[in-house]
Design a protein around this ligand. Structure first.
Ligand code: 13P
Length: 257
């Protein structure tokens, strides 16, 4: 089977103020040329989505605008939250759900993550559902159990025909922002296990074969190509290295092999 088109995301997290966010967007949009070889999304902080989106639109670079989170209700008394129609209004087409920092720092449950995932898909957005084990879970031999559990709870109620808009990001928590990367073989094994579960436990062969599974956790220019070259790794979700244009562009090169 031909490999899936890689998908690389820049998750800027709570970094970069307006002028920095715009300068980075402008540089990426000027230097990245949309090709049929890789899909790219950048996810700035909520406060700057509209302005970053305007730069992307003007530049016509083909880079998508993503949000780091969303809320599942349409409107109303939910202080501090941002709805999917608001995100769409400012040009967002991709939403992250279940990022490990939302799970483990902000305390989001699988049920909340599932509601957000279903609401984003119902709103017609693409979703990157993030899963991944903590260090103590890996050491206790629970890696696959955690990943498959988060995958199945996150996707509960997602219809087969919606799965073309879903990407899974496997981000082992111990590898995020630590400089420790899963070895390509370990990451490949986790990805293959998630894919086979999607094929035979949750959906079917065709959906599993088509599903893009990104790797995230200390991806940098030096390790991107080897990670992305693994059979079941379809690009990555990049934190720290997505904050510098040169690094992110080099990582994109690593996805086009
Ligand atoms: P780092 O690339 O900084 O490890 O972050 C990964 C991540 O959490 C992307 O969502």
């Amino acid at each position: 089977m031909a490999k899936r088109k890689p998908f690389v995301g820049g998750n800027w997290k709570m970094n970069l103020h307006l002028s920095e966010a715009l300068a980075l967007t402008e540089e990426l949009a000027a230097k990245f040329r949309a090709t049929d070889k890789v899909d790219v999304v950048i996810c700035p902080a909520f406060a700057y989505l509209a302005q970053v989106g305007q730069v992307l639109k003007k530049a016509g670079s083909g880079i998508k605008l993503g949000a780091q989170d969303c809320y599942f209700e349409a409107n109303g008394a939910f202080t501090g939250e941002v709805s999917l129609s608001m995100l769409k209004d400012v040009g967002v087409s991709v939403v992250l759900t279940g990022h490990s920092e939302r799970r483990h720092v902000l305390g989001e449950s699988d049920e909340l993550i599932n509601r957000k995932t279903r609401a984003a898909l119902a709103a017609g957005l693409e979703v990157i559902l993030c899963v991944g084990e903590k260090l103590e879970q890996r050491e206790a031999g629970m890696t696959d159990g955690v990943n498959l559990g988060q995958t199945s709870l996150g996707l509960a109620g997602v219809k087969p025909e919606q799965m073309s808009k879903v990407t899974i990001a496997y981000e082992p928590v111990w590898a995020i922002g630590t400089g420790k990367t899963a070895t390509p073989a370990d990451a490949q094994a986790a990805h293959a296990r998630i894919r086979s579960f999607v094929k035979s436990g949750l959906y079917n062969e065709a959906i599993g074969d088509g599903l893009r599974i990104q790797y995230g956790g200390s991806v940098k220019p030096a390790n991107a190509a080897e990670l992305f070259g693994q059979a079941d790794i379809d690009g990555g979700l990049i934190g720290g290295a997505s904050l510098k244009a040169a690094d992110f562009l080099a990582i994109l090169d690593g996805a086009v092999q």
